[in-house]
Design a protein around this ligand. Structure first.
Ligand SMILES: Cc1cc2nc3c(=O)[nH]c(=O)nc-3n(C[C@H](O)[C@H](O)[C@H](O)COP(=O)(O)OP(=O)(O)OC[C@H]3O[C@@H](n4cnc5c(N)ncnc54)[C@H](O)[C@@H]3O)c2cc1C
Length: 507
């Protein structure tokens, strides 16, 4: 081992203790790849800090030694963002997992990066509260980095804060200094306002893939658990009609959670798995480093039968009511929703495809989703095309994706789709999933080529990849060099040595 390597390891051990520094090849291997097509690359060191002091010292050491540093919260990102591009020190933040300031007065909580959705939801429920969870996220995902990476939640967010659940946060800058955003920036301020004073710095650190600093604390908005909830389903033959109905519902501000699933995704959500699999799904460990165990022939049959019995597109809308007159609120919203459906020519149903208890399954998923992980077992792994688009472009995008699939001998029926409104349907968040078998190199190569060509094509059709992971970074920044130049100028000020996750975004 070279001197520099020893010096780094000794330095890290001096900060966190030798037991929290890892250089064993088999450990480094587990941090070297994920389910994306990002080329594997091992870090040189994995280090697990326990507190802010240790984290700051690690960042200062990396700066002194000009070592890349890669923040990693739960490693379930699957888009290659925490896979090192140049080796370096991977900072696994899972030991920083404290939940503090859980308040039923302010409906907010402070979390560290290692806090998972399963952990937080359990604590919040003790006070009758819950955190909103994106439907595709497993229970083992870090709350902080899921929000930091701007994965949207299905609940209707108001226009002031947009889809953000973040109130305030604290960041370790590349220099090792700590920086507080929002009103706690003024000593003793409560966590009630993310903006200012002056510029909204907090957004600078969002979707930065760890390139601008390491967020070590985040204060989030919570919601009360619903007292009464009713869930409705509507069937559509094409995505355009489903979007039109969703727009109407959202414009009238009816309901809370609202989303659309195609028959593939809905069948994945409800298909029965065997009992042994349920545990790993609920723990969020169903998808391992090498993907998920492919479904059994019996499960494939159950899935096909289900899929065939479902409408091509299903719109789901939930009406939730909290402490004040909950029955009354659900009743009048249901009446309004029924009026709107009748006027617009769609039906509201208690289920689709004859599935019993579908409303209960969906209610359960909206508190702690775990069933959507199952889709990885369809072929072994999945690759999401996640973007924002206006309502009128989604039909074109879906058509074009189906046509391109044929050129790759990929069945258009094997594309999963999930769509949710953003800020009352001002725009839409879409996730179209492609599937491949990770043990079959030819299949992986084919789906990788399809994924890349589809990404370019979707951007040309109006898809906005606001989280530019992997190949999307080059595709997005190539289309606006000026924007990338300014990101680089800010980066040069914050991180002159380019130690923070180099190789990501345009850095
Ligand atoms: C089965 C499964 C299905 C999924 N499906 C989807 C899906 O359909 N759509 C979707 O969008 N996501 C999906 N995800 C991703 C999931 O929601 C992630 O859990 C989420 O994005 C957070 O990832 P993470 O905490 O594991 O981040 P990591 O992998 O730890 O990191 C993600 C990025 O954030 C940076 N980072 C991490 N922590 C910090 C920090 N404290 N400060 C600064 N930067 C940091 C990292 O360097 C990296 O660039 C899926 C995950 C799984 C396991």
């Amino acid at each position: 081992m070279s001197e520099v390597k020893d010096a780094t390891r000794d330095g890290l051990a001096g900060i966190v203790g030798a037991k929290s520094v890892f250089t064993e090849p088999e450990v480094l291997e587990t941090y070297s790849r994920d389910q994306s097509f990002t080329p594997a690359r091992k870090p040189n060191y994995v280090v697990k800090p326990k507190n802010l002091d240790e984290l700051q010292s690690i960042v200062r050491l990396a700066n002194e030694q000009l070592m890349p540093i890669i923040p990693y919260s739960s490693g379930t990102d699957f888009h290659g963002a925490a896979v090192p591009t140049q080796g370096g020190i991977l900072v696994d933040l899972s030991q920083m997992n404290r939940i503090t300031e859980l308040s039923d007065l302010y409906w907010s909580v402070t979390v560290e990066p290692g806090v998972t959705f399963a952990q937080l939801q359990k604590e919040a429920a003790k006070k009758g509260l819950r955190v909103q969870v994106p439907l595709m996220t497993p229970p083992s995902a870090s709350v902080l980095s899921t929000y930091l990476e701007r994965e949207p939640v299905p609940g209707a967010a108001d226009f002031i804060y947009g889809v953000e659940q973040i109130q305030t946060m604290r960041v370790v800058l590349p220099s090792g200094e700590s920086f507080t955003l929002g009103n706690p920036a003024i000593e003793g301020g409560p966590h009630s306002h993310p903006f200012g004073p002056g510029l909204n710095f907090w957004r600078l650190f969002m979707c930065a893939q760890g390139t601008y600093g390491i967020t070590y604390e985040m204060n989030l908005r919570l919601l009360p658990l619903p007292k009464v909830q009713k869930i409705f389903f509507s069937e559509f033959n094409n995505v355009g009609d489903a979007i039109a109905a969703m727009k109407q519902i959202q414009r009238q501000e009816l309901g809370f959670e609202c989303f659309i699933l195609n028959s593939f995704d809905l069948a994945t959500l409800v298909v029965n798995e065997d009992a042994a699999t349920t545990k790993s799904l609920k723990n969020g460990t169903y998808v391992g480093l090498d993907g998920a165990k492919p479904w059994s022939p019996a499960q494939c049959q159950r899935f096909d039968a289900l899929r065939q019995g479902l409408p091509p597109w299903t719109l789901v809308v939930s009406i939730s009511a909290w402490a004040r007159n909950p029955e009354e609120k659900v009743e009048y919203q249901e009446l309004d929703l029924r009026d709107l459906a009748a006027a617009s020519g769609f039906e509201l149903k208690p289920s689709v495809g004859g599935i019993t208890g579908l409303d209960k399954i969906i209610a359960d998923e909206m508190v702690l989703p775990w069933r959507m992980q199952k889709r990885f077992g369809y072929k072994g792994t999945a690759h999401s095309l996640m973007f924002h688009a206006t309502g009128d472009s989604i039909g074109l995008i879906e058509d074009a994706l189906g046509q391109l699939a044929a050129r790759y001998y990929y069945s258009a029926g094997d594309i999963g789709a999930y769509i949710q409104p953003v800020e009352r349907a001002r725009t839409f968040y879409c996730a179209f999933d492609l599937y491949s078998n990770p043990t079959d190199d030819n299949d992986m190569e084919k789906v990788n080529a399809f994924f890349n060509e589809a990404s370019e094509m979707l951007i040309n059709l109006g898809a906005f990849f606001d989280r530019p992971y992997g190949p999307w970074a080059e595709m997005m920044y190539r289309r606006n060099g000026n924007y990338a130049e300014y990101l680089k100028k800010i980066k040069a000020q914050l991180d002159p040595n380019n130690i923070m996750n180099p190789g990501k975004l345009c850095f």
